[in-house]
Write a new protein. Structure first.
Length: 377
């Protein structure tokens, strides 16, 4: 449903928005004050394990009987590097450690996208303007129709097959997201020359990744090059499909809301927090599920506190849920399967035109000065 349908903002008073903001700020400040050795030990231990999975995977892929285990091990390594390490480090979750290897300004991950471009589209645009149509490009990635308030076009009949393609080549779609290719290919508001120029730094990183996985390591394997090549393709596919599924389950189940641009006019801190709550969803699972998803199984908590170490989200989730119950706000959570089915139902439904609905104001007027959103970067 959209914000226009549910209109949750209108059910809260300015005083309630201020109180929600204060209560969530208190959680954030308490956790930040408590950061220390156990958080540093957590991320460093995880990096060591990720590297062991990578080394083991690359070695086992050159031993034919162990090849399937090698592919799985390398896939796990790439998932950890992408989700629990790269994503979270580049959010600045470990900048307080003053460790150059874990500093968000310098960290680079094992992905086709450059860290610089990713921090623009994800840290700034997505986390500042979460689910705001016209401002958050993650709503459909320029390919898909993911909201009733997006104007339907015949190309959206391909919502389902394009979603499969997006999952399959996710790292490369994310890498070119900054190009806004739909502007050149569909709407003709950008020239081919502009796209070519903007693509140069992206292509440099993509070439590096392609050469590493599909040239360098296969050549190292000598006569076993075909096994290693196919294994690397399989490991990248594992990472792509899993990362995309996790992200979709955190943003696109049926009850997650999107918002018109008017919602961010004079937005207060409390209202920003509520938008994050309404624009995110969790999925449930055990400790392994949380680690492999980069703790984005707690997508609600991540959107509220993107700069807190993600392994802390499980601890604060009950408090966030209690605040939602206190103020009558939804806390969207369910099993991984339930959120997956809900997401794909939405993708299928929105491939077809939907009836127009009357517009309604999604928010109250503000009662405080706009809060800085740099915490999301």
């Amino acid at each position: 449903m959209t914000a226009i349908q549910k209109n949750t903002f209108s059910s809260l008073t300015p005083a309630q928005f201020a109180a929600i903001g204060a209560e969530l700020d208190a959680i954030r400040n308490r956790v930040r004050a408590d950061l220390g050795q156990r958080d540093a030990d957590y991320i460093r231990t995880l990096i060591k394990r990720q590297r062991r999975f990578e080394v083991a995977g690359r070695v086992m892929m050159m031993i034919p009987p162990a090849w399937p285990l090698g592919v799985a091990s390398l896939g796990v390594s790439k998932i950890l590097d992408n989700m629990e390490i790269g994503h979270n480090v580049m959010h600045g979750q470990y900048d307080w450690m003053n460790d150059p290897a874990l500093n968000s300004k310098h960290f680079e991950w094992d992905s086709a996208d450059t860290s610089k471009n990713w921090k623009i589209t994800h840290n700034h645009e997505h986390h500042t303007y979460t689910n705001v149509l016209g401002r958050d490009h993650d709503i459909g990635y320029g390919l898909l129709r993911m909201s009733e308030d997006q104007k339907w076009e015949p190309r959206f009949l391909a919502n389902l097959p394009l979603t499969v393609i997006l999952h399959t080549f996710f790292q490369h779609f994310v890498a070119v997201q900054n190009l806004h290719l739909e502007e050149a290919l569909v709407y003709k508001t950008k020239t081919a020359a502009q796209v070519k120029e903007e693509f140069k730094p992206m292509w440099a990183k993509m070439k590096k990744q392609l050469k590493k996985d599909y040239v360098f390591f296969p050549l190292l394997a000598g006569p076993l090059a075909p096994l290693v090549l196919v294994g690397n393709i399989g490991a990248n596919l594992m990472r792509n499909v899993w990362a995309c599924a996790v992200i979709f389950n955190g943003h696109f189940p049926e009850d997650v809301e999107q918002f018109p641009e008017s919602v961010i006019e004079n937005e207060t801190r409390g209202q920003w927090y509520v938008r994050q709550l309404l624009g995110s969803a969790n999925f449930e699972g055990g400790r392994l599920m949380h680690i492999m998803s980069g703790n984005l199984s707690f997508q609600i908590e991540h959107h509220l506190f993107p700069d807190l170490p993600a392994h802390r989200y499980a601890e604060i989730a009950p408090e966030v849920r209690a605040i939602c119950e206190k103020y009558g706000l939804p806390y969207n959570t369910g099993s991984f399967l339930r959120q997956t089915l809900s997401t794909w139902k939405r993708i299928a439904r929105l491939s077809l035109p939907t009836p127009k609905r009357p517009k309604a104001s999604p928010r109250n007027s503000s009662d405080e000065a706009p809060a800085p959103l740099a915490m999301a970067a």
